[in-house]
Design a protein around this ligand. Structure first.
Ligand code: CP3
Length: 341
């Protein structure tokens, strides 16, 4: 196996400079993405077109020479594959028919892989086309985060609809989480079979829950996904990203069994260092520092390298890159990280 820096770090080694990739690295801040996106038609058409999805996955690798590619898809292909209607609306984001308790038994798990086959095909093509030293990351959404969009039917500021649903329809909600958990585990296993070197579980809305709900709705389902994937692929590294989890980051790695922790930008350095003492960490530049550029960016990069550069670190943002980020700032970021070594 050729040296893949990202995998070395996920195996607990320190590398200088650290491997770099960015959440949402294929996206609207890139003119070449916007062009392919126009050709594809809808966003879902792009996700399910192996030619075009392969192309947009490779675009940021060509431009910035990142150390890892992340499969181009979306966490919401799971609800789509379960029969929920989904569209991505310009200026709003994902829109679905809000899920009612009665809909949960009717979720169609039978055709899961039929819907998702184009994604597996994209991964096979990517593994064939990517340079050998680049790692390929697969992903899914964590069940809680996926459920929030299914219940509200769109993004909300604090996921109040899903939190309310969880407390007023506990049995239905449990069944919903179990269904998403089972499908997500199978989805990750198929991604690994197709050629993903590592996988990330995005729990973007982990930060809005109280302690008991965090345990029941974030930790427990992610633990189950990790268990099922490990049963089949004990060696494949898994990155957990419980965004906004704050104090709940403590113990998340041990309890869920994830290999590495994705840190959001709000995690203080003293905590990040303690978490890194237990294993690899990924993060955690504020996307607004990258967007701002200049001194804000330099200070942000140096703080992370000074604080975390002596242990297993994957350099990343603390959340996705935003569409208004100047491409030149990304070049500057990569240059600074690699020059500092
Ligand atoms: O480059 C990559 O990171 C890989 C592709 C990827 C996308 N979405 C592409 C995308 C990944 C890993 C995701 C994950 C995802 N999708 C998450 C978890 C990470 C996070 O950002 O918190 C979530 C919550 C979603 C759901 C989702 N998809 C939302 C809320 C939106 C709208 C927001 C927006 O930026 O428009 C999307 C759309 C989406 N997913 C886009 C991209 C490139 C933009 C759509 C477009 O091109 O029109």
């Amino acid at each position: 196996m050729p040296q893949r820096k990202l995998l070395d770090v996920l195996n607990g080694l320190k590398t200088s400079p650290p491997p770099i990739w960015l959440m949402r690295q294929a996206g609207r801040y890139l003119p070449e993405y916007r062009e392919t996106r126009r050709k594809a038609g809808s966003f879902l058409d792009l996700c399910f077109n192996p030619d075009l999805a392969t192309e947009v996955t490779l675009q940021p690798i060509r431009r910035f020479d990142f150390d890892a590619a992340i499969l181009f898809s979306d966490i919401l292909v799971i609800p789509y594959a379960l029969g929920r209607n989904l569209r991505f609306q310009e200026g709003i984001g994902p829109v679905m028919t809000p899920l009612q308790a009665d809909d949960i038994e009717a979720l169609e798990t039978g055709d899961l892989h039929k819907h998702l086959n184009p994604v597996y095909e994209t991964i096979r093509r990517l593994r064939a086309e990517l340079p050998k030293e680049k790692a390929l990351i697969g992903f899914c959404g964590a069940p809680w985060t996926v459920a929030t969009y299914m219940i509200a039917g769109r993004g909300t500021p604090d996921q109040a609809p899903a939190r309310f649903f969880g407390h007023t329809e506990p049995q239905g909600f449990e069944k919903l989480l179990q269904t998403i958990t089972a499908c997500s585990a199978e989805y990750l296993i198929r991604q690994i079979e197709a050629g993903a070197d590592a996988v990330q579980i995005f729990d973007s809305w982990a930060g809005v829950l109280d302690e008991k709900s965090f345990e029941a709705w974030c930790v427990r389902p992610v633990t189950e996904i990790v268990r099922r994937v490990r049963e089949k692929y004990p060696e494949v590294p898994i990155i957990g990203f419980p965004k906004g989890a704050a104090r709940h980051y403590d113990g998340y790695r041990t309890r869920t069994g994830v290999t590495a922790l994705g840190l959001d930008w709000m995690v203080p350095m003293i905590d990040a260092r303690r978490l890194q003492a237990e294993g690899p960490v990924q993060g955690n530049l504020d996307p607004m520092r990258l967007r701002a550029g200049g001194e804000a960016l330099e200070v942000g990069i140096d703080t992370i390298l000074d604080g975390l550069g002596s242990g297993p670190l994957i350099f990343n943002l603390g959340h996705g890159i935003t569409p208004d980020t100047p491409v030149e700032h990304v070049h500057t970021m990569v240059r600074r990280i690699r020059e500092r070594g």
